[in-house]
Design a protein around this ligand. Structure first.
Ligand SMILES: Cc1cc2nc3c(=O)[nH]c(=O)nc-3n(C[C@H](O)[C@H](O)[C@H](O)COP(=O)(O)O)c2cc1C
Length: 168
């Protein structure tokens, strides 16, 4: 039986949620931001869309750079992801403060997460304001996978930016 609930209450049932990371150029550095809201929107050409809150520093960076990397962090990266998701690149150099292994991207000015399950290099093709978030659609121009197929994704178990982060 179904009972009426608020949108917020009902959406709590969507967890666990896979976590992604968007990495964007910020001056001479690169800024990582965790994402729960990511979707595939096209196979040919391949496209991914993310939803960034309207005031996010990362949204400003995406609009400037018009390119970004989407990573699927590994299950071992909970501590780093919580740090990246509770601090802003406006005030701190997140990769300097909480380092992870990165390597240069091949088709965009960006870095890949070396230990990720997969990485996707994207060029911004459109954006759409939807309520308090902005959907940024990226065409995937290069894809990469971890050669170790046993590496698993990271999931979030609860709502909220400092909510629990668990291995998949
Ligand atoms: C697990 C997790 C998922 C998140 N998902 C999103 C998301 O989909 N969209 C968004 O705008 N912010 C999301 N956030 C919040 C941002 O990652 C957070 O506000 C971050 O500090 C912003 O970084 P920036 O200021 O460097 O852009 C999420 C945070 C966490 C921890």
């Amino acid at each position: 039986m179904q009972i009426a609930a608020s949108f917020e209450q009902a959406m709590l049932r969507e967890y666990p949620q896979p976590i992604s990371l968007v990495i964007v150029k910020a001056g001479g550095k690169y800024n990582p931001m965790p994402l729960g809201w990511l979707m595939t929107t096209s196979r040919e050409p391949p496209m991914l869309a993310l939803a960034a809150e309207r005031t996010r520093y990362t949204l400003e960076l995406i609009r400037q750079a018009r390119e970004f990397v989407i990573s699927f962090p590994p299950s071992t990266m909970g501590k780093e992801i919580l740090y990246y998701g509770t601090n802003s690149g406006r005030f701190v150099d997140k990769f300097a403060e909480t380092p992870v292994r990165t390597q240069p991207a091949t088709r965009v000015d960006g870095v890949l997460l070396t230990d990720a399950v997969a990485n996707f290099e994207c060029r911004l093709v459109s954006e759409l304001v939807t309520g308090d978030h902005v959907i940024c659609v990226g065409e995937v121009v290069a894809s990469h996978v971890n050669q170790d197929e046993s590496v698993r994704r990271l999931y979030s178990i609860a709502q909220g930016e400092s909510g629990g982060v668990i291995p998949g």
